[in-house]
Design a protein around this ligand. Sequence first.
Ligand code: C2E
Ligand code: MG
Ligand code: MG
Length: 413
Amino acid sequence: MKTLLIDDDDFALKLLQRQMQNVGHGDVSLCVRARDAVDLLEAQPEAFDLVFCDLQMPDMDGVEFMRHLGRIGYRGGLVLVSGEDGRILQTARRLAQAHQIDLLGTLHQPVSIDRLRKVLARRATQRGAAPGTGQVAFPPADIAAAITGGQLVNHYQPQVDLRTGALVGVEALVRWQHPQAGLVYPDRFIGVAEEHDLMDGLTRAVLAAGLRQAQQWREAGLDLQLAVNISMDNLAALNFPEVVVGLACEADVALNRLVLEVTESRLMTQDTRVPLDIVTRLRLKGVGLSIDDFGTGHSSLAQLRDMPFDEIKLDRSFVHGVAADASLAAIVQGTLTMAHQLGMKSVAEGIEEQADWDFLRAHGCDVAQGYFIARPMPGAALPTWYADWQRRAGTLVQGLPAASEDGMAEAGA
Ligand code: C2E
Ligand code: MG
Ligand code: MG
């Protein structure tokens, strides 16, 4: 692995070089000027797999440097080294994401060997696992054929009550069982489907399959709420509530067991009267309405004001890591307070580890969803997972006093 180290401080640079040697990464080049590093990378963007860059340098700071990396199309990993405080590093991290740079981590100066090892290990695991980038989009005709040809399958991710650990519902997440490409994730076809007017058919397929599955689970003794993602496009046809009612009747599922999750993936350009008419009628029929990815650019306070939502889904970019980040903690706590005051149910998505779970639980969030609880799975796998979860949940809901106002902590089973 070829590494480039950049720091205006010659001593810091040599020290880092020595540390890299100590952890078995001796193949490094050094630059005291970021400008030289940019020239090097520009000439040969693939010459280095890894770049360490000091955030604060006189000739060019780390932010400017990342802008260059983005422009050059550098595809390796980046580590930011800095003495700056957490919030600046956090912003730098977001910026790296926006530039689609694979930021492996940030290191505080003086760099500890342990942290360095961790960051390098991340490089090893992320390599080869990096999905998405560079993959070509599918032609709309193929997607249309997949919808009508029954190639779409739903996976389901459990949602559990944070106080009691009880399984309360699932979110249906669509996948495409592609004959050649294997299992294709929605980020590779929803956008194209939206651009080519395919969302009516897609949503109908997901809803129908989800409702049938919910009915089957109920027969097996699991009465679960079903959440389905819909697109703004679905809120353009005035008969959408009738479609939903029809499908729910067919599957014999009560409308109050269904939640529709909305994100504004595209700006609401059409007349707002139509979407409002639709969602209000759905709510009147008892269907739940959730504002998905809340807090991101597309799911805003204005939407919350204008639409009759009864559930807020905190975006996972605020949830994972919340316990260790003061900014995230403030945002999450503020959102939970607001949800509570508005009488809305709060759902946290992207709970990846116990610390996330403990934080959300202690701060009175209602429902949890995320890899820590379960990854999305085929419907048939749910009962097996559930049996296992019942054993696990007992310990997860013990001990912690829930901080919500009405919140008496419930002892685990
Ligand atoms: P979403 O509705 O916000 O769904 C949550 C996404 O986060 C899912 O990705 C899920 O697999 C992932 N996820 C769940 N837990 C964790 C976690 O702990 N950590 C991390 N890093 N990720 C987690 P997926 O299935 O790839 O779906 C991506 C998006 O595609 C969904 O985001 C939703 O906006 C859209 N989508 C999925 N199915 C449908 C559908 O049937 N219709 C529409 N219109 N959109 C859909
Ligand atoms: Mg969703
Ligand atoms: Mg979401």
